[in-house]
Design a protein around this ligand. Structure first.
Ligand code: NOJ
Length: 555
């Protein structure tokens, strides 16, 4: 059955256990707290949860510095709590994805401790060393301005070690077969504990050739990705790899594999950045280009479509002028920007909390080709705390109620400060208030998620951008199994009228039915629809009338 490829039409919700819900009152979120909130997630309508790293870690990079791959950080509970959680998720039909961070370990990992202490350690070759300072030591930093080099001298080892990210994140020598075998073991371990796959961190770096002699553009070893996938499939047929790979469209097929034998899913960074430009400039044309450029992909592969995540909004793929437009609109102050290329804010404040623009943007996100990936708190329009350093500003705890600490914890001293003042403080922005309000963002999210589930054409279908004659209006038609859905978004503030040819013969599908309101539009004789959109308005239409739904081949 085609629905066996569950990820083609999932709704993924990303969260950090640390900041979601604290059950034991120590000020830090935990698995017991998360488990209590599974009914909330199910009610919202999401179908999968992606957990950021929760393994033992010094947490100098939000947990992306792992010190033991086979455990749960004591802050969050025990392995037993983890299994209780995955079981409870399964009972509710929710899948669990977890981060797989194997480009590097923490410098506190015992492998690195052993490797640096003894040249004869079996772990020495698990990392990347050089006795001389490599010529390119000052290049390729991922966090410019905060990270100074990619090779750091280690007194104990008497050598430089390579680290693509911070100096406390030594890169694993992923070309070493022993390291590859260990990566498979890690995947196999968590699969046994109930997860449905991995969001694989920093994939281009995991598979790149590493070493002091490596020069020029990265040389990826795609066989490695194929081996990970193959192993995963052997162990659990429906488990997936969702790759974090901010690459150019010309490389998409290398990462998916021509035969769909590498990553099942990848985040679409190209479309993400073009979406922000489209929203900032009220111009959908570069977004159409990004959609078209990233269109070729094997049928069983899928894009992860997102607006914001736990990192800065990376604008590095836009032209300089486009980037300047997005900065000006969404992050004009220096303190809102990060690493010269991005914006570190949460989504709602970028749009001045304007409900019309926020809904327009998420409606757009839910209708772009791929599977939507939401970030916790965005469903209630949470804000950020720019007083916190770097990316931490957008990682504050979930705001559940209007009570102390937003109901996140009973502790008066949460490990991460809850936003307690201003328009985004928990008194104004919280789940409890919004769930009783039929006009709230949260209520809107649940109905849009329901609508998205009723439009599997978006996940599976063939996408075509229809000419609208207006730069601010994007019209995407999805065709799948003799059914079609048409999504129209007006990115501009003013009302517009557009004439649209759906491209479908009026005798087959002259009727458009709005999935949200039930309103209808009938084509004229030439097959044209005259559509009116309010400023920031949107419509999701089923083409050809509701009976088209009934005609759909069972999945
Ligand atoms: C990408 C993650 O999203 C980011 O948060 C982290 O800092 C780096 N990879 C390093 O693991």
């Amino acid at each position: 059955m085609i629905n066996d490829l569950w990820y083609k039409n999932a709704v993924i919700y990303c969260l950090s256990v640390r900041t979601f819900m604290d059950a034991d009152g120590d000020g830090i979120g935990d698995f017991a707290g998360l488990e209590r909130r599974l009914d909330y997630l199910q009610g919202l309508g999401v179908t999968a949860v992606w957990l950021m790293p929760f393994q033992p870690s010094p947490k100098r990079d939000g947990g992306y510095d792992i010190a033991d791959y086979y455990g749960v950080d004591p802050d969050y509970g025990s392995l037993g709590d983890f299994v209780a959680f995955t079981h409870a998720a399964k009972q509710r039909g929710l899948r669990v994805l977890i981060d797989l961070v194997v480009n590097h370990t923490s410098d506190r990992h015992r492998w690195f401790q052993s490797a640096r202490a003894d040249p004869d350690s079996p772990y020495r070759d698990w990392y990347v060393w050089s006795t001389e300072k490599p010529a390119n030591a000052d290049e390729g930093m991922v966090f410019p301005g905060v990270q100074e080099t990619t090779w750091t001298w280690d007194d104990k080892a008497g050598a430089y070690y390579f680290h693509r990210f911070f100096d406390f994140q030594p890169d694993l020598n992923t070309a070493n077969p022993a390291v590859q075998a260990e990566i498979l073991k890690i995947m196999g371990f968590w699969i046994e504990l109930g997860v449905s796959g991995f969001r694989m961190d920093a994939v281009p770096f995991v598979i790149a050739k590493k070493g002091a002699d490596v020069k020029g553009a990265p040389v990826e070893q795609f066989d490695m990705l194929r081996d990970f996938r193959e192993f995963l499939q052997w162990r659990k047929g429906d488990a997936i790899i969702l790759a974090e790979a901010n690459i150019l469209p010309k490389q998409d097929l290398d990462y998916f594999g021509d035969d769909a034998d590498r990553a099942h899913m990848m985040f679409n960074f190209q479309v993400n950045q073009a979406t922000f430009y489209a929203l900032a400039a009220h111009d959908a044309r570069p977004l159409v280009k990004a959609i078209e450029r990233t269109k070729p992909r094997p049928l069983s592969c899928q894009w992860g479509i997102f607006l914001r995540n736990h990192d800065e909004l990376d604008l590095g793929r836009l032209t300089e002028t486009q980037r300047a437009t997005v900065f000006e609109k969404f992050g004009p102050e220096k303190g809102m920007q990060l690493y010269d290329r991005g914006i570190r804010r949460r989504f709602a404040p970028m749009l001045d909390g304007d409900p019309r623009r926020i809904r327009l943007a998420y409606s757009l996100m839910f209708t772009l080709p791929g599977t939507p990936v939401l970030r916790y708190g965005d469903e209630i329009g949470m804000g950020d705390d720019l007083g916190l350093k770097e990316r931490d500003c957008a990682r504050t705890p979930m705001q559940w109620t209007g009570e102390a600490q937003g109901g996140f914890t009973r502790s008066a001293k949460p490990a991460m400060p809850v936003i307690d003042h201003g328009p985004y403080g928990y008194a104004h922005v919280n789940v409890a208030d919004q769930r009783h309000d039929k006009d709230s963002l949260l209520t809107w999210f649940s109905s849009v998620i329901r609508m998205r589930k009723e439009a599997p054409e978006i996940g599976w279908g063939d996408v075509t951008a229809l000419p609208t004659g207006k730069a601010a209006v994007l019209a995407l038609r999805y065709d799948w199994r003799s059914n079609a859905v048409l999504c129209v978004h007006n990115l501009g503030p003013g009302p517009v009228e557009v004439e649209l040819e759906t491209g479908i013969d009026p005798s087959e599908g002259g009727l458009l039915i709005d999935l949200l309101t039930g309103e209808r539009s009938e084509a004229d004789e030439a097959g044209r629809h005259c559509l009116f959109l309010e400023g920031y308005g949107y419509h999701w239409f089923r083409v050809g009338g509701l009976d088209a739904l009934l005609r759909r081949t069972p999945t």
